[in-house]
Design a protein around this ligand. Structure first.
Ligand SMILES: [Fe+2]
Length: 221
């Protein structure tokens, strides 16, 4: 008897993208996270690490996705190879974000983060958000089967106590690495209420006190 080979599709709510071309997977029903686990060449990543440790950065603007003018966006930062790398990457990602969301413009924020104010596991209200940590520890997230959604929000508890209630298996918390691109789907994405990806900033003791993070958001209408 012939054996029929089937493509087994595992209905994971997150997807790994092999390239930026696969971000569109975020639109699939039930998917709430697409991760592009790209690697940076260590020497080049080290340039950005040094740049990050030397400068407090906080630049935020609404950019046109079709022509982001990122050089202008970063023009107050000192001219160097690290700034050029960041500019090229942000230009690429803003264009991608526009292609995925269909939005003409995006709110882009590149900032040095030295707190873990968002260390409570939470869902975002935003529909789609793109995150990259260029230096330091990346955003942490958990799979849907490791979340008790009825425990979300602090409910008067310490963040530590709330996190223990929200995430039953803390050993299975996942962390993005530098340069990985996270495309997150939040609660306000049509049809995704109750399925926003659960995530948080890495705790301060892990973050080493300093990160350089890019956040690309849809512009609120
Ligand atoms: Fe968040």
């Amino acid at each position: 008897m012939a054996i029929e080979l089937l493509d087994v599709v595992v209905p994971f709510h997150f997807r790994y993208a092999r390239s930026a071309d696969e971000f569109a997977a975020i639109h699939a029903q039930g998917v709430n996270l697409v991760l592009w686990r790209r690697e940076q060449e260590p020497g080049l990543g080290g340039l950005v690490d040094a740049f990050s440790s030397d400068h407090d950065i906080d630049v935020k603007a609404v950019l046109q996705c079709g022509e982001p003018e990122v050089w202008m966006f970063l023009s107050d930062l000192p001219s160097c190879g690290a700034r050029d790398m960041l500019a090229a990457d942000i230009d690429f990602l803003v264009r991608r974000f526009g292609a995925i969301t269909g939005a003409a413009a995006a709110c882009v924020h590149l900032e040095t983060v030295q707190t873990d104010a968002c260390r409570l596991f939470h869902v975002d209200a935003a529909a789609l958000r793109m995150l990259v940590t260029y230096s330091g520890f990346g955003t942490q997230w958990v799979t849907n089967d490791n979340v008790r959604r009825n425990e979300l929000t602090a409910k008067g508890r310490s963040f530590e106590a709330a996190n223990r209630a929200i995430v039953p298996r803390p050993a299975q918390i996942r962390s993005a690495r530098p340069w990985w691109v996270m495309l997150q789907k939040g609660e306000s994405y049509p049809g995704n209420a109750g399925n926003g990806v659960v995530h948080r900033s890495p705790p301060l003791e892990q973050a080493g006190g300093r990160r350089l993070r890019l956040c690309i958001d849809e512009v609120k209408r």
